[in-house]
Design a protein around this ligand. Structure first.
Ligand code: UGA
Length: 439
């Protein structure tokens, strides 16, 4: 059993804390928000993540998982302190490190024994060295410590599984001994552990997210070409993915990527490159394609219903940036709703989980409590988030409720022939063999 402290109870912090506790460690999770910590003590999670509540409850009961707002209490027995606080980006894409600085300074203030400070937040390349300086400047007489970068690769919605079964664990430090100590607590995960220098570890995180975002933008570009040339991107993607060098994952065309990570990280990487006088052409194209892609469903609605959508009602199936989460950060649904409203449409939406988080972000959108209410009198439905419960819709029933039976499949989950048999006009993304080119 090792003593681990996690600073920040967002996705990364809370999932890592609960998982490390489940592996038999003594874990204290700290957050500066009294409300979050009070809620956690009462079993109320600050985020929606499948399996997290049960995992937290089990480990709290077993006495391995504790919550506090006090740095003294959190650090007194700690061997490792993980920094897992948010790093939002400003308008230029520059990561805002104020929470990382606050965490580092607070750790420095109370440290009374040697510590390994592990950075799990996604931070600009060079931040590990900066954190060490922040700690030393704050307290020149601070006890011995080392900084290790351990980027997180978990995905929302599958975070616990991703933590417990990682493809790899990347550790970076100038202190090899400290990195090996951190490797020890990851051994039960039985993944490949790579130890490198601090900056390289930090770069691996950005490069990985940027690559995945690029893969999606690539297939979305191919989707647009498929529409023009009469090919089906779903089949193209399947055929491409059979090549082991390409692979099937992150090759689904759709309405583009969103969430708290890809948009922020691609932008931040481009910013870091530009500050150093480099021109990251590809990263800019990856972002441009993504913002264009959010207009694709609107183009398709207009193609079928006309350019002026005044008096029309469009229903959004799903709002979260992907299934399995209530996260609305940079969700494609936000742009899609705004583009539709700009064209004059009345927008309605239903999401099984994300409506409370969506409400303040999209106050003009009418939130309804189910798929039938969404379809009632509507002129078009757009599948935005591919929740399982949207995959087998009772299309005959929905058609009977709608004014115009139009279905735009923003995630290519439906069989176009079947949807058409049910009397719908169907448009997917890049499914050009179905006579749906947008010219
Ligand atoms: C992403 C990475 O996948 C994680 O490895 C990383 O740890 C995390 O960011 C992070 O940096 O914290 P996440 O943002 O949870 O995870 O979501 P993903 O499952 O990667 O999906 C991102 C977006 O891409 C979603 O909007 C999704 O709908 C979209 N997507 C994904 C596609 O449009 N097509 C695909 O084929 C796959």
């Amino acid at each position: 059993m090792r003593h681990i402290t996690i600073v920040g109870v967002g996705y990364v912090g809370l999932v890592s804390g609960a998982c490390f506790a489940d592996l038999g460690n003594d874990v204290t999770c700290l957050d500066i928000s009294e409300e979050r910590i009070e809620n956690l003590k009462q079993g109320i999670m600050p985020i929606y993540e499948i399996g997290l509540e049960e995992l937290v409850e089990r480990n709290v009961k077993a006495g391995r998982l504790h919550f506090t707002t006090s740095y003294e209490e959190a650090i007194k027995d700690a061997e490792f302190v993980f920094i897992a606080v948010g790093t939002p980006s400003d308008v230029d894409g520059q990561a805002d490190l104020r929470y990382v600085r606050m965490a580092a300074e607070s750790i420095a203030d109370v440290m009374d024994h040697p510590l390994i400070v592990v950075n799990k937040s996604t931070v600009p390349v060079g931040t590990g060295d900066w954190v060490a300086n922040v700690i030393r400047n704050r307290r020149p007489d601070v006890p011995q410590f080392s900084v290790v970068s351990c980027p997180e690769f978990l995905r929302e919605g599958t975070a616990i599984r991703d933590f417990m079964h990682p493809d790899r664990t990347v550790l970076g430090s100038t202190d090899r001994e400290a990195a090996e100590q951190v490797a020890q607590i990851h051994l039960p995960l039985r993944s490949t552990i790579m130890i490198t220098d601090l900056r390289t570890a930090e770069m691996i995180k950005y490069a990985s997210n940027a690559f995945l975002a690029a893969k999606i933008s690539f297939i979305n570009e191919i989707a647009n070409i498929c529409e023009a040339l009469g090919a089906d991107v779903k089949e193209v993607s399947y055929g491409m993915g059979l090549d082991k060098r390409i692979g099937h994952s992150f090759l689904n065309a759709g309405i583009g990527w969103g969430g708290s990570c890809f948009p922020k990280d691609v932008k931040a990487l481009a910013y870091m490159a530009e500050v150093e006088g480099r021109n990251p052409h590809l990263l800019h194209a990856v972002m441009d394609i993504n913002s264009d892609q959010r207009r694709a469903p609107i183009r398709k609605v207009k193609e079928l219903l006309g350019d002026d959508l005044h008096g029309m009602t469009v229903g959004l199936l799903g709002l979260a940036f992907k299934p399995g989460t209530d996260d609305m950060r940079d969700a494609p649904s936000i742009d899609i709703a705004h583009h539709l409203m700009q064209a004059g449409a009345h927008v309605r939406a239903f999401d099984p989980v994300a409506m409370p988080t969506a409400q303040p972000i999209l106050p003009e959108v009418e939130l309804v409590d189910g798929v039938e209410a969404l379809a009632d009198g509507a002129d078009a439905l757009i599948l935005v988030t591919e929740w399982n419960e949207f995959k087998n819709l009772d299309l005959a029933r929905l058609k009977s409720l709608m004014r115009h039976a139009v279905l735009i499949d923003g995630r290519n989950v439906y069989d176009p022939a079947f949807v058409r048999e049910q009397g719908f006009q169907y448009r997917g993304i890049g499914r050009g063999t179905n006579g749906e080119g947008v010219h």
